[in-house]
Design a protein. Structure first.
Length: 76
């Protein structure tokens, strides 16, 4: 599975469109709100992880030691 931040962006906009659908009311609307909250939590974690990888990459680029290695978890 190869998802990207672009894919995440598309999912978030799709969710926004569902929430903006004025035809959805009552229980269905509550389901979409609950789903949106769950998606939001996962999206925040994905973005946080991406930020960590970016910061690690910037740190590695700034290091003078060409043999320095990232922790395996942060390798691309």
């Amino acid at each position: 599975m190869q998802n990207t931040l672009g894919d995440l962006n598309n999912h978030l906009f799709a969710q926004l469109e569902r929430l903006g659908d004025e035809e959805i009311k009552g229980e269905k609307l509550q389901e979409e709100i609950t789903r949106a909250k769950a998606i939001n939590k996962v999206a925040k974690q994905i973005i946080s992880n991406g930020f960590l990888v970016l910061e690690a990459k910037k740190m590695m680029d700034d290091k003078m030691d060409a043999n320095a290695k990232l922790p395996k978890m942060l390798e691309a």
